[in-house]
Design a protein around this ligand. Sequence first.
Ligand code: ADP
Ligand code: MG
Length: 252
Amino acid sequence: MAEMIRTENLIFDYDKRDEEGNKIGSFRALDEVNIEVEKGQFIAVLGHNGSGKSTFAKHINALLFPTGGTIFVGGYDTKEDAHFWDVRKSAGMVFQNPDNQIIGTVVEEDVGFGPENLGVPTEEIWKRVEESLKAVGMLEYRQQSPNKLSGGQKQRVAIAGVVAMEPQCIVLDEPTAMLDPVGRGEVLAAALKLRQEKGVTVILITHYMDEVVDADKLFVMSEGKVVLEGTPKEVFSRVEDMQKYCLDVPQA
Ligand code: ADP
Ligand code: MG
């Protein structure tokens, strides 16, 4: 299988600043993370709030760059300027709050923004919009205003917007944290259908154990390190570790 993501001793330090903005120190949010993800895998990342999950996610599409070590995305070192756009395009991000990600006044327009910004020809944009809305089960809502949709439906539109850019990898950072159980089920099903149909790599950050049981591999983070790694069966069998590192109230 081909490599999607690989890190070598990935370190990230946030700057600590005083009120005037002077740097007064740093905080290590990622502490020598070594992981490998293969193309087409469904990977889940677990861990308490503040363990470094989002900081890791932001390295996958070059929103953040390592302070130390290296992250390769689709074989490219994200720090190489020449490959910035290759990296940016290969990973699509879906965040917790769908309201912050949907900008169109009509669903299909919203989904079309991404490919339009990438310079995709108009005819091809409409083809992608239709395909990606269909893939997440939202085609019948294409003419609707996103404001009228439920949280789960909005999040599926956000996923369609990412899919329309044809990334190799989708990173979902607590995409279901603000949803009711029905919405959660819809969003997870939509993401996994994409993996099934298009071979997209899915990286899911979540607090919900029921969402990760079918993952190929779990990474559990604590204080910037990967402290547990393996199949769900392997990781769940470490009952004491799981209680220590994963029992957590979902972020509001
Ligand atoms: P998670 O997503 O697992 O909740 P984060 O990656 O958001 O964790 O945060 C990891 C650590 O880095 C936390 O201790 C958090 O307070 C800190 N952190 C996150 N963002 C910043 C920032 N912009 N500046 C300084 N510290 C930050
Ligand atoms: Mg987070």
